[in-house]
Write a protein that binds this ligand. Structure first.
Ligand SMILES: *Cc1c(COP(=O)(O)O)cnc(C)c1O
Length: 415
């Protein structure tokens, strides 16, 4: 036993510092399945409260879909609970391979490899496919898991200003001496809900002989006319060299992720990617559920169409009410409040009135960019959105922020 009082106190102090900075994360316990209507225990020990969930990544409302649950049950019955192995030893069932085929077909790529999560896909891919003589050029707002993957790779790293194609071109010119160049971006950026300019990026990558990497975790299943993702929306299906995405958001919301793209890249990951080689295989029950998700999405665009209509309705409702929104056309609709405490106060008031929506502030977003990020789902019905809109307006009036500009809100509440 070497956990001395001295060591304990170091941790206590650090945790106290996190609390004092007002960034201590407290979890809310959900007692129901994930859905538009959920039952929540918060604070811990209080009685259950029915609220409308406005901040899940359950974009397509498939997290508790009866057909997905049924398929998962059948997978559990026919293939068992766990595989107790990584893929390359004895952790590969036929259904893992079948799911990889389905993903490849859906995304319009050459091949796909599953990972325990998209975090793992991003952590493993760069190290597996790049070396010291190469360079990774990433958008400055890419997801934390990509940043970790970049840290683990031996290739040089550089960045370009968010979605700034002139700056990206400069960086591509600067690194023309490297062996391989890979440009790295999110498809839809999770905090702002804006979309990468993949058509322009493809053109630049062709001009400067660079590969293009896109993390489409906030797009797969619903962005683009048939929900293939950002590459479909931007008209560049088949032109993205590496796509990573998660099954933990729109695609059923359980867990798992993948790298999909050029077949040699996928094969390199199968041979060398450490989270693939050294972490357990995706459980059969999850594989069976995700396969059903792809069947549902391949059969009809009904769910992504409903999501699009819901998102438009929600955004317009907030806009008409006079909130300051981050511009965009995805189901991610951030309501800008700028001040961190204001975002917390409003989130608490919303919760009191039956609306679950979390406030985000530094370091999750930049200082002075605090917001409530709402996320729309095909699982929302019009009555959910109308109820939520009514509550947002009520709370907006209380804080007198309706019809106010960014500058006016900052003058009232500070940064
Ligand atoms: C959520 C998310 C991930 C992580 O996905 P997991 O499968 O939950 O690990 C990776 N990248 C982006 C852009 C994400 O939004």
């Amino acid at each position: 036993m070497a956990f001395s009082e001295k060591i304990r106190n170091i941790y206590k102090e650090e945790l106290k510092g996190i609390e004092e900075a007002g960034i201590f994360k407290k979890e809310r316990y959900i007692h129901s399945p994930q859905a538009a209507d959920i039952e929540v225990e918060f604070p811990k020990g209080s009685s259950l409260k029915k609220v409308i969930n406005m901040c899940a990544n359950n974009y397509l409302g498939l997290s508790s879909h009866p057909e997905v649950i049924k398929a998962a049950h059948e997978g559990l019955d026919s293939r068992g609970y766990g595989m107790s192995s990584v893929r390359f030893i004895c952790g590969t069932q036929d259904i893992h391979n079948e799911l990889e085929r389905k993903v490849t077909e859906f995304l319009g790529t050459e091949d796909t490899i599953l990972f325990p999560s998209c975090m793992d896909a991003n952590a493993g891919v760069f190290e597996a496919v790049l070396g010291k003589e190469d360079v990774m050029i990433s958008d400055r707002l890419v997801h934390a898991s990509i940043i970790d993957g970049i840290r683990l790779a031996s290739a040089e790293h550089d960045t370009f200003k968010h979605s700034n194609m002139k700056h990206l071109e400069k960086k591509l010119q600067l690194h023309s001496d490297k062996c391989r160049r890979v440009v790295i971006t999110d498809g839809v950026f999770s905090m702002d809900g804006d979309t990468a300019k993949l058509d322009e990026m493809v053109a630049l990558c062709e001009k400067y002989d660079a590969m293009l990497f896109v993390d489409d975790s906030h797009a797969s299943g619903f962005i683009g006319k048939t929900g293939r993702g950002t590459h479909e929306k931007c008209g560049v299906v088949g032109k993205i060299d590496i796509i990573t995405t998660t099954f933990g958001k729109a695609l059923g919301g359980a867990s798992g992720g993948c790298v999909s793209g050029r077949k040699e890249i996928v094969e390199m990951c199968r041979q060398k990617a450490r989270p693939y080689l050294f972490s357990n295989t995706i459980a059969p029950v999850v594989v069976a559920g995700v396969m059903k998700v792809f069947d549902i999405l391949s059969a009809s665009t009904e769910r992504r169409d409903k999501l699009e209509a819901n998102s438009t309705y929600w955004r317009k409702g907030l806009e008409d009410a006079g909130f300051v929104l981050q511009p965009g056309d995805t189901p991610i609709v951030p309501i800008m409040l700028f001040n961190a405490k204001l975002s917390q106060d409003i989130s608490n008031d919303l919760y009191e009135k039956g609306i679950y929506a979390i406030g985000f502030f530094f370091p999750v977003v930049a200082k002075g960019q605090a917001r409530i990020r709402t996320q729309i789902s095909a699982g929302h019905e019009k009555h959910h959105l109308d109820k939520a809109l009514g509550v947002f307006i009520e709370v907006g009036k209380k804080y007198d922020i309706l019809g106010k500009t960014k500058q006016e809100i900052i003058e009232m509440y500070g940064l």
